[in-house]
Ligand binder design. Structure first.
Ligand code: BGC
Length: 289
């Protein structure tokens, strides 16, 4: 466990927090499975943040056993209840309750009935969405892009590069800009936080490449605001001075918990609306003009 906000959560319980406004958020990544209980009115995690390494090979069964362990820890700690809905962010294109691509996770995920498998494992309703899409939604509702109209682009820098594109508060799901071609390769293979380390690049040298990538994305979509999230945004101070975009850049305000908060939002929205897809969140998105 890490990043505990135990004090806040205990206070919430003591004051009889509204359980119906809470959901479990799980963020499955190439290197870690992270989870917590989120209060959707506050837009923040009210339990400790639990993180366990993603097992290798990262098959659905192996990863789901870890997800189950994370949720069990949240239940045992008194944070999650048995009926609490859950949402899960996954590192690939998500459609119809399935993962359609898997760049940083075992290929066994592709076309498996992931949503159903997770619901069976966890014994509760589960909604799934792309990890960057849900993180972006959390930033739009509670963080750096709150109430922001126009075109907002969130990029997550981690094992891969995730993207979430919003137009006047509406998500264009599954954009996958991390797989744009860059110098003849998959962009994230050269530019993700993991790739920078693997290539042994200085921040300045990495930023030179990243600027070219950003220029390409700006040419295509003309964002009014760019949000950087994921592990790479925690060290923004090391490279912010080198970035040369037209649009302003900010870092994710929810930092590494955006994926958990967004996943919980999705789980909660589905449980309420009875719909399984990320655009269901439009119903809870802030009105922007
Ligand atoms: C996947 C995206 C994901 C990103 C960050 C990429 O490799 O294709 O779907 O959002 O990694 O996890």
């Amino acid at each position: 466990m890490e990043d505990g906000k135990a004090g806040a959560a205990v206070a919430g319980a003591a004051h009889g927090a509204d359980e119906s406004q809470r959901a479990i958020g799980i963020d499955i990544g190439g290197t870690g499975v992270k989870g917590g209980v989120v209060d959707l009115e506050l837009g923040e995690m009210v339990s400790p943040r639990i993180r366990k390494p993603t097992p290798q090979p990262s098959t659905p069964d192996a990863v789901m056993a870890i997800v189950e362990a994370v949720v069990r820890e949240l239940i045992d700690g008194g944070w999650a209840t048995h009926g609490m809905p859950a949402g899960c962010g996954l590192p690939g294109v998500v459609k119809h309750g399935q993962l359609k691509t898997a760049a940083n996770i075992d290929q066994g995920w592709v076309n498996a009935p992931v949503q159903q498998m997770l619901a069976d494992r966890l014994g509760r309703p589960v909604a799934i969405g792309n990890d960057a899409d849900v993180a972006g939604m959390a930033e739009l509702l509670f963080g750096a892009a709150r109430g922001q109209s126009g075109t907002v682009l969130m990029l997550t820098l981690g094992t891969g590069i995730g993207s979430a594109l919003f137009v006047d508060g509406r998500l264009v799901p599954n954009t996958e800009f991390g797989h744009l071609q860059f110098h003849g390769k998959d962009a994230e293979k050269l530019l993700s936080a993991t790739a920078r380390e693997r290539r042994g690049l200085s921040w300045k040298r990495w930023a030179k490449d990243f600027n070219q990538f950003l220029a390409q994305v700006e040419l295509y979509f003309g964002p009014d605001l760019i949000i950087l999230g994921g592990g790479g945004s925690k060290v923004y101070a090391k490279y912010m001075g080198y970035l040369t975009t037209r649009a302003p850049i900010v870092t994710a305000r929810l930092l590494n918990s955006a994926g958990i908060v967004g996943a919980a939002l999705l789980g909660h929205a589905e449980a309420q609306e009875g719909t399984a897809s990320l655009p269901a969140l439009e119903s809870v998105a802030p009105a922007v003009s």
